[in-house]
Design a protein. Structure first.
Length: 221
């Protein structure tokens, strides 16, 4: 078994039937449960719901003797009659939304730095006719545009410790990704998909093994 994701996830329940809803795309069965806003706040010590995120507990059960390639990128979420669809997001995106990094200085759009240099000199030129020699002081300005960090810019602010700690908690309990022959479980994070907050969740999965979908009633907060 080879896993590509750093998180250990959470212990899976006995079977997919132990979750409120399940689907069977190809050679695996996926069980899913909504995590209430209150429970998510207790687990991660942060109010994900207030910042526009919902959490699902997801388990993957490969068929006996077979392997499955698990990827959170295959999950999509919509809600009610709203056609908006949200993709699962990595832990860093959630943590960065809750604890946004503040820049110490406004940056030039596109990470482009502009530099200028001035040159002052004295020149002498010889004309084609007698007495046509000329001399004088000249100035020249060169402007250069470079892509990358301005070496004269102040260093970026240190990482927000609260953000780093939250990201670690989210990642540690995320659904592990990669190839597995054994049941796996963990949390999957989504931005709220639309404005229909009372509608039923429609969760879909499309992976190498196949496609599937299920419906879940949002939990009471």
């Amino acid at each position: 078994m080879t896993l590509a994701y750093a998180g250990d996830g959470v212990p899976p329940r006995g079977s997919a039937a132990d979750y409120p809803a399940s689907m069977s795309p190809g050679n695996l069965t996926i069980g899913v449960a909504c995590v209430s806003a209150t429970t998510a706040k207790q687990i991660f010590n942060a109010d994900l719901n207030a910042h526009g995120y919902v959490v699902f507990e997801v388990s993957v059960f490969p068929n006996s003797g077979e392997q499955a390639d698990v990827s959170t990128a295959g999950f999509r979420l919509s809600q009610g009659a709203d056609p908006s669809v949200a993709r699962a997001v990595p832990p860093h995106d959630v943590a960065a939304a809750i604890y946004p990094q503040r820049s110490s200085k406004p940056e030039t759009p596109g990470n482009v730095s502009v530099r200028s240099s001035d040159t002052i000199g004295y020149s002498t030129s010889t004309g084609s006719r007698p007495g046509a020699n000329r001399s004088g002081v000249y100035t020249d300005t060169n402007v250069g545009v470079g892509v990358g960090r301005d070496p004269n810019a102040p260093p970026p602010p240190p990482p927000n410790r609260s953000m780093v700690a939250l990201e670690q908690r989210l990642e540690d309990q995320s659904l592990p990704e990669g190839i597995t022959a054994h049941p796996l479980a963990g949390y999957v994070y989504f931005p709220k998909p639309g404005k229909d907050r009372r509608g039923v969740y429609n969760l879909t999965y499309a992976g190498k093994e196949g496609q599937g979908s299920l419906k879940l009633t949002p939990p009471a907060h």
